[in-house]
Design a protein around this ligand. Structure first.
Ligand SMILES: C[S@@+](CC[C@H](N)C(=O)[O-])C[C@H]1O[C@@H](n2cnc3c(N)ncnc32)[C@H](O)[C@@H]1O
Length: 203
């Protein structure tokens, strides 16, 4: 596993060099106890940067495997002075399964994950029955999993697995959250491609 290096720069960085054999200690990482929200596959961080700026009382971590995208989150986050944001370059499924302490998340965001449209590739999709089990472990009671996609069959799969999870109930998102678009969402919508969204609260 490859994490972003902080050693080459003297500037403060929002990038995290994590011990991948330990679960993340969010209070130690952020220097305080606050609700934590995690975004998997954060891309250029458009959602997370806006959300973190709007909620200084909460802490945020973005997980993204592409270094160029991670660097953008880091650069923009530092420019905006977001002390409540961190970015981690790792595989999203690994982070959720092995690096999150049970009950330590207040929200989990997964926006426009790779849809793997060919049926024989569906097993590669991030959101599946195992994902729901892991989300149930990672979220504190009352925590919410937020999902968005442009892929109708994937949205159907997301709905089936979360509706089928005994620990979750579907809720309506607030308009304020939905107004906070991701880069991919803005692009899809500008091209007239409809997008779907759903939220499920951990009982
Ligand atoms: C379609 S893009 C969506 C990005 C962003 N959420 C948005 O809506 O603008 C999917 C993102 O997830 C990242 N990604 C895909 N699979 C991943 C994985 N297994 N672990 C970490 N990041 C992943 C990709 O590099 C990409 O940035």
């Amino acid at each position: 596993m490859d994490t972003a290096s902080t050693a080459a720069t003297q500037e403060p960085t929002l990038r995290v060099r994590a011990d991948i054999l330990r679960r993340l200690d969010f209070p130690a990482l952020f220097g305080r106890r606050a609700p934590v929200e995690l975004e998997l596959g954060a891309g250029d961080g458009s959602f997370l940067l806006a959300h973190a700026a709007a909620h200084p009382e909460r802490d945020f971590m973005g997980v993204e495997r592409l270094l160029g995208r991670l660097r953008k989150i880091d650069r923009k986050g530092r420019r905006r002075g977001l002390a409540n944001l961190r970015a981690l370059r790792l595989e999203a499924g690994y982070v959720l399964e092995w690096m999150i302490r049970p009950g330590s998340l207040d929200a989990l965001h997964v926006y426009f994950p790779d849809p793997w449209p060919k049926r024989r590739h569906w097993k590669r999709r991030l959101v599946n029955p195992r994902f729901v089990e892991l989300a149930s472990l990672a979220l504190a009671p009352g925590g919410v999993a937020y999902l968005r996609t442009d892929d109708e069959p994937y949205f159907a799969q997301m709905t089936v697995v979360f509706d089928g999870g005994a620990d979750f109930e579907r809720i309506a998102e607030t308009a304020g959250l939905l107004d906070r678009r991701t880069d991919f969402e803005t692009d899809f919508n500008s091209r007239g491609i409809p997008t779907r969204h759903g939220a499920w609260r951990r009982r």
